[in-house]
Design a protein around this ligand. Structure first.
Ligand code: ZN
Length: 226
């Protein structure tokens, strides 16, 4: 059995298995048997993505040069050297990026995404001056559910362009932030209660809304632990 063959079998079984269970052995053997019958016959897949470097977040933090990622449906079924993946799989779709880095998505842990629409209204000031003289008054005049929806849509596009796939947001009308995140296919940890508490009195529209927040502790933590 060539080294590349055994490497691929191990990786196919790893992502779907709880460690330390009988299932592990069972599915691993089943994969092994299935793979053994397919030597010389590449397994069909939905997609193979290749890149100069694959950055993994597995326990050994492997960095794979000339690597590839094999995908079936919405699951990664194997990560390894391009030559190994190409031997074992044949995909309906393929994307080769010989100069690129392929890595897990970045996580932005502190956003007020809709504020992308306020970009540039005042710069080079202290935080307090910037907030109290420019941002708070601008928000009081402009922040509405539609403002948040469109501002977050813009922010999601910009985040995805730089490789961010998850963001932790705390602003107003977080249901609209959720809508924009869902449209973009991004993952969001969203909560607006803390902001509503901080700025009570500034925004009549917000005062009328019941606080709704699935992750209010995230917003509280990020604004109080400084
Ligand atoms: Zn903040």
């Amino acid at each position: 059995m060539p080294a590349s063959y055994s490497l691929s079998v191990e990786q196919v079984s790893r992502p779907v298995l709880p460690h330390g269970t009988g299932l592990l052995t069972c599915v691993f053997l089943s994969s092994l048997l299935t793979a053994q019958t397919q030597v010389g016959r590449p397994e069909p897949l939905d997609a193979i993505y290749t890149a100069r470097y694959i950055v993994t977040m597995d326990p050994s933090r492997r960095l794979i040069e000339n690597g590839a990622v094999a995908v079936r449906g919405d699951s990664i079924v194997a990560v390894g050297r391009r030559s190994d993946i190409d031997k074992q799989y044949q995909a309906r779709q393929r994307l080769d990026r010989p100069d690129a880095i392929l890595m897990p998505g970045l996580i932005n842990t502190h956003t007020h995404a809709a504020m992308s629409l306020l970009r540039g209204i005042a710069d080079d000031l202290t935080l307090q001056e910037w907030l109290t003289k420019y941002i708070f008054p601008a928000e009081a005049k402009n922040v509405t559910p539609d403002f948040v929806l469109w501002g977050t849509r813009l922010a999601c596009l910009e985040m995805m362009l730089s490789g961010t796939t998850t963001f932790v947001d705390m602003y107003y009308f977080e249901d609209r932030v959720a809508q924009a995140a869902k449209e973009a296919g991004m993952r969001g940890v969203l909560g607006d209660r803390r902001f509503a508490q901080i700025h009570r009195g500034l925004y009549p529209a917000i005062q009328e809304r019941p606080a709704h927040c699935g992750h209010r502790s995230a917003a509280r933590h990020l604004h109080e632990q400084r």
